[in-house]
Design a protein around this ligand. Structure first.
Ligand code: HEC
Length: 224
């Protein structure tokens, strides 16, 4: 290449040449400079194109030509939902809380409260929308593409759907073979009210801080 350039400078030195006409090889152009007659060199073995993933646009963006993807582009099974729950609990519950109502610990400490994932507007959103929010962020919420790989973003999306269903399911949604167990199960809330301390509550009360988490009035920061 250096030789070719030197020759060009020597030969064409006298005449004016605009920059857009810079001598160069186009992709796949023939060249006598290399033994195989091609200007393009072979890729280094193992080279991965940065845009290779984008071959499946719906999978990596949550959008197709007609808008947000309506159906999960990955097979949904128990393993996916388990993975989704685990990733959701790690990455999302600090703000959205484990049930998705939006009262996570960071919110209790002053961060903007996200909308409940169970509000009608969000229940009506296609799965691709949630994938997009996780990928790109939304408002003050940062995007999680750098931390959460594509597969896990879909797993979380699938789990959000499960959470939404769980908050709006009726007895009719329980499979027939499990209905009997449901009927004989004790009531969820003990007659004396919710058990205050200790229990692993997955659902903080909507619209407020759980009493045992609210910092004391005067502030007791010196104690910690
Ligand atoms: C640091 C806190 C925080 C974390 C962590 C977080 N979010 Fe959010 N999220 C927010 C806030 C705050 C909003 C509302 C943003 C706004 O309105 O400016 C929001 C909004 C949303 C919305 C609603 C968008 C809409 O249309 O209103 C969805 C869906 C969502 N987040 C999903 C997730 C998922 C899934 C995760 C985990 C991968 C996650 N978030 C992690 C704080 C967070």
């Amino acid at each position: 290449m250096a030789i070719a350039l030197a020759l060009l400078v020597a030969v064409g030195g006298g005449c004016r040449r605009d920059m857009q006409d810079t001598p160069r090889y186009e992709p796949y152009e023939a060249s006598e400079f290399f033994k195989d007659g091609r200007a393009s060199r072979h890729l280094v073995p193992g080279t991965v194109a940065r845009t290779q993933l984008y071959e499946n646009v719906a999978l990596v963006t949550g959008k197709s030509k007609s808008g947000y993807v309506e159906a999960l582009p990955v097979p949904v099974d128990r393993a996916l939902l388990e993975r989704g729950r685990q990733r959701y609990d790690i990455y999302c519950s600090p703000c959205h809380d484990r049930a998705g109502t939006g009262a996570g610990m960071i919110v209790q400490r002053g961060y903007k409260r996200p909308p409940s994932l169970h509000e009608d507007r969000l229940r009506g959103m296609p799965v691709g929308y949630f994938f997009g929010v996780i990928t790109n962020g939304f408002g003050v919420m940062p995007g999680y593409a750098p931390q959460i790989p594509v597969d896990d973003r879909w797993a979380i999306t699938a789990y959000i759907r499960a959470l939404q269903l769980a908050q709006h399911a009726g007895a009719a949604d329980v499979p027939d073979d499990a209905r009997a167990a449901l009927d004989s199960a004790p009531p969820l809330t003990p007659p004396g009210g919710a058990d205050g301390e200790g229990g692993e509550s997955h659902q903080p009360p909507a619209g407020g801080k759980p009493a045992n988490e609210a910092p004391p009035e005067g502030g007791a920061h010196g104690a910690s």
